[in-house]
Design a protein around this ligand. Structure first.
Ligand code: TH1
Length: 838
């Protein structure tokens, strides 16, 4: 298709061209070749997995060709972006790669010639679940945008052998099943045994004088593990550039301890191997830290140390010296999980590269910037001092020294303010002492950002207030965004086709300006009808999957009311559940009630140790069990818990939504990105003024957004005054009725105790203010139902939502990071920033 013109036989590139050509015939031949020479199968007995693998290798061949160029430009670029993240959730690769390489039509034709169905092969692929939720998914959207904007980029993380667990539902309860994403091999990664680094752990430090008589510190570790690079290319959309995702797997330095082996201790000989491999074995399935887990701290240090050593090596390959490290790299810390990088870079520069402290500190601060993703106090990472010393004795010394110098400065700025000193310190001195990772990240970075406007404001007022007062110039907001490639073009081809017909194809990369052109179609009857048909088709597709996976038959004509995200009390899935009970009672009492039929769909995983979140899943399923078989509400109300919500299922779910539930307690959800995915796929939002909801509402217009509930400030005020949730219960008859119904055991086969922990929390404390927000939530839900009955108006609002959401592309977020934080140029720009110092 023009990209690969045929070349003459003498041309050495011809062979390569045959391998990676983009005509249907070339693709077909490569699939067959890979089937035989990589999969070792002949077509006659090939399984679907064999064909999938053969196709994946075929697409990979075409990616690798671009990769070579990307590596070269990485080495030649003046400054590269390194995104350090303990989590990445890239989702299935095949469909995305085919789309971004612009080879969908040819591949469809090639597979058809082989008697294969391309879409079936694409949906055969599982996904690398190397993250918990939005934080990891955001990292993946950012790599997509960085690649598309042609920025030299490396994402650094951990190659967990077991990612986030698979969720099964048994008798309404969540059951965790080990994720085996590597069981059939991973065609997307290249193992690079020659790119490996040693990572010391434990032990002690000692001082000595070097040959020049200088006083030095040496770390004598207890053990050393090896990190091996596993690379995955992340293609940009319709550009030659690919971003590099480099994940580290831990291994023992020597597979065998030969001394132990020779002494006859066979088990002892492999013990070290087992312990070393444990580090990258499994992702912690929590969206908040579990303090005191030595393995978690080891994981963080392991991937950070490998990544920084790798950056230094690549820099040196390009002729750079350590003293110019900061001109070569902009390193983003995705939350505090990689914050140990601040101390590790200091160690590498001071202990290893012999750079003096002041200069090393300048380099460090120029290099790093830090993104905060949560205000929840329980999610702020801190490590008990004894544990920290045990794992990273040298880093503790370095942190003490950073802290000593830092507090000295603070003392000069705020003489006599010892309370402030105590709050700013990198060390918490309570009964027990802790290392505060957010403080370390803040001191060691030149920029600190929140992920939505409200979140950044609250960050400056609450958890980082003292830092904001000290360094106001370091703070800024970068509202999250999502990739329009994966979250529109790939997952919603029908709607994407309509948009392209209306405004041209520019919107895929230039959403903000181009997609606004859709607005003029909102009142076009024929366009609305086409829009409705697409949504209807998406809903039928989801309905098919729901019936396959849960046995529940839902009506695709009904209002699809969807809440998918991690299960957490602050996200208030149980508020949604209370609304279902209200609706159920109302429908039973008043069969003539003028409301549209509704299907309420939930999805999301609960942290395995979070009992109340697991009980919320059981609660939803118990309500479903009662409602779904009640003939009085048949066809008018259905409740579904869609098991195992992940990226792949998300691609099915977002395009099928009419109503998006974004109902967290105001002030608790930092940003949310699911809210953006829904709205970009034509759903209306019912939501609180929390996180990015605030900005989404402004963008789409308040008349196209169903807002309810207390504001963040009202929540704070209410708590200050003393919130008494039982008063809501006593004063609101409908609320009393539904809560009494739950307590009576109506949804639990007479068991009055089952949901007591939930009800009890709501009536006594109600930390997340469900009862306070209940009346206005109900009102907004009624409004949503009424609006849905006027289909033309609903479609209009749906189209306007999409037309006005262009600003929530991750391309926009990345441009802001580039301009205000990273100061990195695109490969295609004639870099005015050149070697510009940050
Ligand atoms: C999430 C936030 O909850 C969400 O609001 C935000 O959109 C997303 O990050 C991306 O910015 C977080 N995920 C995690 C995961 C861990 C620890 C803290 C957070 S905050 C493990």
């Amino acid at each position: 298709n023009g990209r690969h013109p045929p070349k003459s036989d003498e041309n050495p590139i011809v062979r390569e061209d045959l391998r990676t050509g983009l005509t249907a015939e070339a693709i077909k031949n490569d699939i067959l070749e890979n089937l035989v020479y990589v999969q070792a199968r002949i077509p006659k007995i090939a399984t679907r997995n064999d064909w999938y693998m053969a196709l994946a290798y075929t697409v990979r061949d075409r990616l690798l060709e671009r990769w070579g160029m990307a590596i070269e430009s990485l080495q030649q670029s003046s400054r590269a972006v390194c995104y350090l993240s303990a989590e990445f959730l890239p989702g299935p690769h095949l469909g995305n790669a085919i789309l971004n390489l612009g080879m969908y039509e040819q591949t469809k034709e090639a597979t058809a010639r082989l008697g294969l169905d391309l879409d079936a092969l694409i949906s055969h692929e599982g996904e690398p679940g190397l993250g918990n939720g939005e934080l990891g998914r955001l990292a993946a959207c950012f790599l997509d945008s960085l690649a598309t904007l042609e920025i030299p980029t490396i994402g650094y993380g951990i190659r967990y052998e077991f990612g986030i667990f698979d969720q099964e539902i048994h008798d309404g309860w969540q059951r965790e099943v080990t994720d085996k994403w590597l069981a059939f091999g991973n065609p997307w990664e290249i193992v690079r045994p020659e790119i490996a680094y040693y990572v010391p752990l434990g032990g002690y430090t000692e001082t000595y004088y070097d040959r020049l008589g200088r006083f030095r510190v040496r770390w004598v570790p207890e053990r050393v593990v090896k990190g091996i690079a596993h690379d995955t290319p992340i293609p940009g959309y319709h550009v030659e550039n690919v971003a590099l995702l480099r994940l580290w797997k831990s291994e023992a330095c020597e597979s065998f301890d030969f001394q132990a082996f020779n002494e006859g201790d066979y088990y002892g000989a492999v013990e070290d191997k087992v312990a070393s491999e444990t580090i990258s074995k499994v992702l912690y399935p929590n969206d908040e830290p579990i303090p005191g887990k030595e393995l978690r701290l080891s994981q963080q240090f392991f991937f950070v140390s490998c990544s920084l050593q790798d950056m230094i090596r690549v820099h040196r390959l390009g002729g750079g010296v350590p003293a110019t490290f900061d001109r070569r790299y902009a390193v983003q810390l995705n939350d505090t999980h990689p914050a140990i990088a601040v101390a590790e870079l200091m160690r590498l520069l001071v202990d290893k590269q012999r750079i003096d402290w002041e200069r090393a500190w300048e380099i460090t601060r120029n290099t790093f910037s830090y993104t905060n993703h949560t205000l929840l106090p329980e999610a702020l990472e801190k490590w008990p001092l004894p544990l920290f010393r045990k794992v990273l004795p040298r880093h503790l010394e370095i942190i003490f020294e950073i802290n000593r110098r830092f507090l000295e400065d603070v003392r000069l700025t705020y003489p006599g303010d010892s309370e402030r000193l105590r709050r700013l310190s990198l060390i918490e001195e309570a009964d027990d002492r802790y290392v505060r990772m957010a403080n370390l990240a803040a001191v060691g970075s030149h920029a600190i950002n929140g992920v939505a406007a409200l979140h950044t404001d609250l960050l400056k007022e609450t958890v980082m207030r003292d830092f904001y007062e000290l360094y106001p110039e370091r703070f800024l907001n970068v509202t999250n965004g999502v990739s329009p490639r994966r979250w529109m073009l790939l997952c919603n081809p029908g709607m994407s086709g309509l948009i392209t017909d209306a405004v041209g194809e520019n919107w895929v990369c230039n959403s903000q300006d181009s997609i606004a052109g859709l607005e003029s179609f909102a009142d076009d009857g024929a366009f609305r009808e086409a829009w409705r048909k697409v949504k209807q088709g998406n809903k039928m597709e989801l309905a098919r999957h729901i019936s396959e996976r849960t046995g529940i038959v839902v009506n695709p004509e009904s209002l699809f009311d969807i809440q998918v995200k991690r299960i957490h009390e602050y996200k208030r899935q149980h508020l949604n559940a209370l609304h279902i009970i209200s609706l159920y009672i109302r429908l039973k009492r008043t069969p003539s009630l003028d409301v549209p039929p509704r299907t309420v769909i939930f999805g999301g995983k609960a942290a395995p140790g979070y009992a109340r979140a697991k009980l919320i899943i059981k609660f939803i399923n118990s309500i479903a069990d009662v409602v779904n078989i009640d003939p009085d509400v048949a066809d008018r109300l259905k409740v579904v818990f869609f098991p195992d919500f992940n990226v792949k299922n998300g691609q099915l779910i977002y395009p099928a939504a009419d109503l998006s539930e974004q109902i967290s307690t105001a002030g608790k959800e930092a940003s949310g990105t699911g809210n953006m995915k829904f709205s970009l796929n034509g759903a209306l939002t019912i939501g609180t003024l929390d996180g990015a909801n605030v900005e989404i509402r402004e963008a789409v217009g308040p008349e196209n957004f169903l807002v309810f509930g207390l504001t963040a400030r009202e929540v704070t005020d209410l708590k200050m005054r003393g919130y008494r949730p039982w008063e809501s219960y006593e004063q609101n008859e409908e609320l009393r009725e539904i809560i009494d119904l739950v307590r009576s055991g109506f949804f639990s086969r007479g068991d009055r105790d089952l949901f007591e922990p939930l009800v009890n929390e709501l009536l006594s404390r109600d930390e997340y203010c469900l009862l306070a927000d209940y009346p206005s939530y109900l009102e907004a839900q009624e409004k949503a139902g009424k609006a849905y009955l006027v289909q033309g108006q609903w479609l209009r609002m749906s189209i306007l939502n999409v037309a006005r959401m262009g600003g929530f592309s991750s391309d926009r977020s990345i441009r802001e990071y580039l301009d205000h934080i990273w100061k990195v140029d695109s490969l295609k720009a004639s870099g005015s920033r050149g070697n510009g110092r940050p």
